[in-house]
Design a protein around this ligand. Structure first.
Ligand SMILES: Nc1ncnc2c1ncn2[C@@H]1O[C@H](COP(=O)(O)OP(=O)(O)O)[C@@H](O)[C@H]1O
Ligand SMILES: [Mg+2]
Length: 332
């Protein structure tokens, strides 16, 4: 059965602000797709429209052949019947419910949960305990959210979202409330769970590292528009738009924003005859542990970034070389 999600012409305006301009997007079954963009670009709006938590002004949302929303046909399947899981930034757990009850709540509310009448229901109990075991929270089912750490709370939220075996899991910045170390751990843990369960994920973040490291497909957004969709490698290596290049990684521009190269492609000695040579001045040196990040001033007045294994003297004039295949031309 086709379980890809198709979004066509979807838009949303709140009073004066168009949070999402008419947007098309396909989320492939079994893939990890990420909406990436700065705060306010419309990521949450798009996610909430897909979830059925907000009503679009125009467009259609389809899961395979099934119409979930159509402005034209005045069709709108309610959120709890879409059979999607959701994980939010603030975890959104019920504070007065135990861990067990929080996970069971999702099962009772959803389409699949029709048979689950009471907490004592044996099958429900099995499903909840399995979900908690999966996120390594066995034995914590009688605790309340405030008795758990941030990471544990987010794992409860994840268990609740996936216990219903959703056909799509929507994540809205689920890790941004956690500290940096835990965030990286949870990134790996969540991604393995999504992969092991064969889930389809649509993930929202403003963190480019998160997007690049987790996703099969990255959707770069700005001001309510999608700028580019592609694998992390394509988004980084072949940005289609100056804004994409600027938002992801560091870019060294060769004038007028039509061509760029990345810092890791700067050579400090000539290696091949066809390499382009540039005379530069060392402006600033930052030690970042595994290397020095060097800010350089190019002849064209642009400031570029490069890496080196030693601390170069500030003010020094030097030459750098870049291979033609590493210079990416943006299409007009
Ligand atoms: N319920 C709302 N009422 C009014 N404006 C909103 C509402 N939700 C979002 N917006 C506006 O829509 C734009 C996109 O917001 P949002 O989708 O939350 O962006 P993101 O998740 O990328 O930070 C912002 O300008 C925001 O202020
Ligand atoms: Mg948001």
């Amino acid at each position: 059965m086709n379980q890809d999600l198709y979004i066509h012409g979807l838009s949303k305006t709140f009073s004066q602000i168009t949070a999402l301009h008419e947007t098309n997007l396909v989320v492939r079954r079994g893939k990890f797709t990420t909406l990436l963009g700065p705060s306010g670009c419309g990521k949450t709006t798009l996610l909430r429209l897909i979830a059925g938590l907000e009503i679009p002004d125009t467009g259609t949302i389809m899961m395979g052949e099934e119409i979930l929303f159509s402005a034209e046909r005045k069709k709108d399947i309610p959120a709890h019947l879409r059979h999607f899981g959701m994980v939010f930034q603030d975890f959104a757990l019920w504070p007065h419910m135990t861990v067990f009850e929080n996970v069971a709540f999702g099962l009772r509310a959803g389409k699949r949960g029709k048979g689950f009448a009471s907490v004592r229901d044996k099958e429900l109990r099995t499903v909840v305990l399995e979900a908690l075991d999966m996120v390594r929270l066995s034995g914590m089912e009688d605790r309340y959210p405030h008795q758990l750490s941030g990471g544990q709370q987010q794992r409860v939220a994840f268990a609740r979202a996936v216990a219903i075996r959703p056909r799509l899991v929507l994540f809205d910045e689920p890790l941004s409330a956690l500290d940096a170390v835990l965030r990286e751990e949870m990134r790996i843990e969540m991604l393995s769970l999504v992969r092991d369960l064969g889930l389809t994920a649509l993930y929202v973040t403003h963190d480019q590292i998160e997007a690049m490291s987790m996703s099969d497909e990255v959707v770069v957004m700005k001001s309510g528009h999608i700028l580019q969709t592609g694998t992390p490698e394509v988004i980084y290596g072949c940005p289609a738009h100056p804004e994409v290049a600027r938002f992801i990684g560091k870019s060294n521009w060769l004038g007028s924003e039509r061509a760029l190269f990345r810092p890791e492609h700067v050579r400090w000695e000539q290696e091949q005859a066809d390499q382009h040579a540039f005379t530069v001045e060392i402006l600033h040196v930052s030690y970042v542990g595994d290397r020095y990040e060097i800010r350089i001033l190019a002849e064209n007045g642009e400031q570029w970034t490069a890496y080196h294994s030693i601390r170069l003297p500030i003010g020094q004039q030097m030459h750098i070389w870049v291979s033609p295949q590493h210079i990416h031309q943006l299409e007009a």
